[in-house]
Ligand binder design. Sequence first.
Ligand SMILES: [Zn+2]
Length: 389
Amino acid sequence: MNWFSLAGWAWYSYGVMAGTLADDPKQPSADVSACKLAADQNVYLSAGFGYELNCAPSVGTLSAFMMFVDFPDQGATESSPEVLRNFFLPNAADWYYRSSYGALKLSVTADTSRFYRMPATAASYNWQRGLTAEQHAVYIHDALKAYNAPIPSVDVLYIVPTANATKISYSPTYMGDVRTRDGTYVARKSVTFGYDGYKTWGYLVLNHETGHTMCLPDYYPFNGSATGLFIGGWDLMGLISGPSPDYFAWDKWRLGWLADDQIDCVSVAGTTSHTLSSLEVAGGKKAVVVKYNKTNALVAEVRSSEGLDSASCATGVLLYTVSTKTNTGEGPIVVLDTTPGSGGCAGDRLNDATLRLDGVRSYIVNRWGIKVTVVARDNEDYTIEVTRR
Ligand SMILES: [Zn+2]
């Protein structure tokens, strides 16, 4: 397929901007609104703009209340719940502050006075993948009943079990309104932490689950395939323990952490040049979004080993597709492997998927008629050329 040939391409001139030539290929579109793909309200946690599910705020203060529970069969032996509060905080709050470039402050009020005893055994809550929303609600209702005191109105209720509660095996987020059994409103969402945080993920489980309260989807596959199938370790909504856990620029834009002038939008045919700075550092241009149609886009961003991605095993220009029509857990974001056959790094084939000046420099998304080429690098700033058919 000879799609490099320019013959037959529909070339459009860009809108005339003051001081620029209408046909200057180096001027990306100034209007980014075309690239703000609208969320599909019929797709659960659609990865577009404007998804509505009473999402927790992602800019300003996200308020939360943290309470601690134990069980008749798995009682607490910690000296104080303070130990568990310190497991999550302040690290998880710091993580958001850094990832959001200071836009989001996670404010948690924790009652560390004691563990509240749940009325039923940990085993009886039947904590397994597939826990229904109804079963989850029973657990939350029981915790609120055990607490039996007013809780300040907050965005998110965190219920933290003793680290002895191995039967509370993982950490789901309840996405409906949180109310006591008698109907008193408590919060927009609840995260009920589990043993997986203590055993495997560390405090970042809070950042993953709280991402859901802000309506971010899961980027790992729900079908039982390898966790890294769609995105490797490039965002902790995929793999919490991945080497580059910072949120994708696409989501930082959606969450309000990146301003419109930090995104270049390519929505018409032609070749444009863009200089991007690394996602992990505040300021500058962070992504090029190439709109394919109303529901799909290609995104290019620069990942470095700075900031929250200090464990990165490969850096450079990361390419991924976004689909607003794809449900959570089914691959709404898919990282494109520009280095197939490399074997990957840090345990996943996609973890070295980046374009580099001194490696694979160019990638073509044939089905969409989009080509991205790295043309220059200055420290962690990369200049790329994007051709859209
Ligand atoms: Zn999740």
